[in-house]
Design a protein around this ligand. Structure first.
Ligand code: PMP
Length: 287
């Protein structure tokens, strides 16, 4: 069955939604995105995603194309029209289609932003086999641009990173810059040592994960110790546990890093507890 998607004010069958070849998202990766998870037909952390969208847009001289309430209504309408129980809502905003290719930004008064949203159904999203067994990751050099805090659609290198991981028989890659882990290809990275949760501090070097913010808040509420600092692959390999967070994977344990198995090679107690707390709290607060 064809999905119903949203494009510039209209709900359309996916086969009828099309964007200009001059769209700057297509020509220049001049756009930003958000992914919000849906559990039991309700949106997880919508307000956080809307705030980060505004921040990404403003950092690139674009404005929110509508109010947060209007955006929420579109998300909900897509959930309804597609009967979405568990899955994701992908949202992308680009600088629009000026009708020709030019490096100079078009005038927003004459070139409106392009706004696209679509659903991705993922039955039992919170119950994935990967989360039960834990992930194997490899390390790769982080050669992305310097504003990774802006959630742009320039995802070629992260996509290549996933392919490198796959070729190496792993699930994902952690990126390393100046000897320190920045983040996963599509998630934030953590280690656990002697009961302390360690994750890189916020800066332009990493995406400010919405799941990261929630998980660190829940960890502190549960009296767990959190240290925001960078770490090396060697420190991670010697850690008691490791895990990642993202809107689509929630909290997922990492059990192997560059071929070195952590502990018993199964998801550790801290990662499992945080996953459980995160899922419970997210379901309770979903809108
Ligand atoms: N880092 C990167 C590079 C990502 O692509 C993502 C997911 N979009 C994250 C971190 C996690 O962010 P969030 O928890 O908001 O999904």
């Amino acid at each position: 069955m064809a999905r119903t998607v949203y494009l510039n004010g209209e709900y359309l069958p996916e086969t009828e939604a099309s964007v200009s070849i001059f769209d700057r998202g297509f020509l220049m990766a001049d756009g930003v995105y958000e992914v919000t998870s849906v559990l039991g037909g309700r949106l997880v952390d919508f307000a956080g995603h809307a705030k980060r969208l505004e921040r990404s847009l403003n950092a690139l001289d674009m404005k929110m194309p509508m109010t947060e309430e209007a955006l929420l209504e579109i998300h909900r309408e897509l959930v309804r029209r597609n009967d979405l129980e568990d899955g994701l809502i992908y949202l992308q905003v680009t600088r629009g289609a000026p009708g020709d290719r030019d490096f100079i930004f078009p005038d927003p008064a004459t070139t409106p932003l392009t706004v696209v949203l679509f659903t991705q159904s993922k039955p039992n999203l919170a119950d994935s086999p990967e989360a039960k067994r834990g992930l194997k990751v490899i390390s790769i050099e982080d050669i992305r641009w310097g504003r990774r805090d802006i959630k742009t659609v320039q995802l070629l290198y992260p996509s290549m990173g996933k392919m490198m991981a796959k070729a190496a028989g792993a699930d994902d890659a952690w990126m390393v810059e100046d000897g320190k882990v920045t983040e996963g290809t599509s998630n934030n990275a953590y280690i656990v040592k002697d009961g302390r949760i360690i994750t890189r501090e916020l800066s332009h070097d990493i995406l400010h994960g919405i799941t990261r913010a929630a998980v660190l808040r829940f960890a502190e509420e549960a009296q767990m110790k959190v240290e925001e600092r960078s770490f090396t692959i060697e420190e991670a390999q010697a850690a008691d546990e490791a895990f990642i967070t993202s809107a689509s994977s929630f909290v997922t344990a990492v059990i192997q890093i560059d071929g070195v198995t952590l502990g018993e090679g199964v998801p550790g107690p801290v990662a499992q507890r945080l996953r459980q707390i995160y899922l419970e709290e997210s379901r309770a607060r979903a809108v």
